[in-house]
Design a protein around this ligand. Structure first.
Ligand code: ADP
Length: 306
């Protein structure tokens, strides 16, 4: 195989109680990446369409991840990469992670799949560290595995794919401004109150149980972020307004994706999701902030060949 085209999805991360550890892929929104073998050494970005990203091979997450993979495999082959960038960088929905995952997945396929999917994650993370030194693995794991995932950032990036009730949907609003993960992390406190930590743990346990039992009432009652949202809320345009609308409509939860500016709500059922999307679209339109909005299941696929 000499070339491949892959789709690598955007993803919601920091899902409410799951700071740095819970994420899910977004249906049909992401990077289209074309990779082909080249006769020259190294990994080069040959073309970028859509949103602007660095093309320097030391600064692009796709190149850095691909290089880490090739170095590990001790392979000298060069590759050219073209990216159709559909997600604005600094989105909070894993723009940098989508490229990193697409590059390692595509190159591994071209090479005849010497590594399993779970072995690719740590190479994609080398790219994520270029976008933010403190990047957690929830976006990368979501793009790689698809669906709703729980990832352990310390123990060798163990990923657990969680069961998702079919009716569970997310409404995502992405204001088209850039918030860098690195900057947004600096507003977080270095220590946390033990009582809040305890509540967050109960929320996580309850959420996992509600997924297994498909219990939306429990999910609505228990799913909450006690630790992070409060510090980032003011940085995210219209977050307070959107959250107020979502809470009034009795959604399961509404919070900030990644470091923002994207906002997501979880709802059960398409009708509720669509109503919420339309009303939040109106709020954004009135404010003159440019935005994209999506409805996605929480069980959509991860990176794939197209
Ligand atoms: P996001 O949540 O959108 O990934 P981050 O702040 O984590 O936002 O990463 C965005 C940063 O990564 C920007 O500075 C961007 O220039 C840089 N970057 C490097 N390569 C890429 C890429 N292939 N796609 C998106 N962003 C990239």
């Amino acid at each position: 195989m000499n070339n491949i085209k892959v789709f690598s999805p955007a993803s919601v991360s920091n899902v409410c109680c799951g700071f740095d550890v819970l994420g899910f892929s977004i249906e049909g929104i992401g990077d289209d990446i074309f990779i082909q073998k080249s006769n020259t050494k190294g990994i080069k970005i040959r073309r970028v369409t859509g949103y602007e990203i660095p093309i320097d091979e030391k600064k692009n997450t796709a190149c850095v991840s691909a290089k880490a993979l090739l170095d590990y495999l001790n392979i000298n082959q060069g590759f050219d990469i073209e990216i159709n960038k559909n997600i604005k960088p600094g989105s909070g929905i894993g723009s940098s992670a989508a490229s990193a995952v697409g590059a390692v997945y595509g190159i591994n396929k071209i090479l005849g799949s010497p590594l399993e999917k779970e072995q690719l994650l740590k190479f994609a993370m080398q790219g994520e560290f270029i976008s933010s030194k403190t990047a957690p693995a929830d976006n990368v794991a979501s793009a790689l595995y698809g669906g709703l995932i729980l990832v352990n950032n310390r123990e060798n990036y163990k990923v657990i794919k969680l069961p998702v009730p079919e009716d569970l949907l997310a409404v995502v609003h992405h204001p088209l401004i850039e918030i860098k993960t690195s900057k947004s992390r600096s507003v977080l406190p270095k220590t946390i109150d033990i009582n809040l930590a305890s509540q967050q743990l109960a929320s996580m346990g309850g959420f996992i149980h509600s997924l297994h039992t498909e219990n939306f009432d429990l999910m609505r009652l228990i799913l909450k972020d006690y630790l992070v949202e409060q510090y980032r809320a003011d940085q995210v345009p219209l977050f307070h307004e959107i959250k107020k609308i979502a809470v009034a409509r009795n959604v399961i939860c509404c919070s900030i994706s990644g470091s923002g500016p994207s906002i997501f709500s979880l709802v059960n059922g398409y009708e509720k999701a669509n109503e919420l999307k339309l009303i939040c679209d109106k709020t954004f339109s009135k404010s003159n902030i440019k935005f994209n909005s999506y409805i996605t299941g929480l069980n959509s696929g991860g990176v794939r060949i197209i």
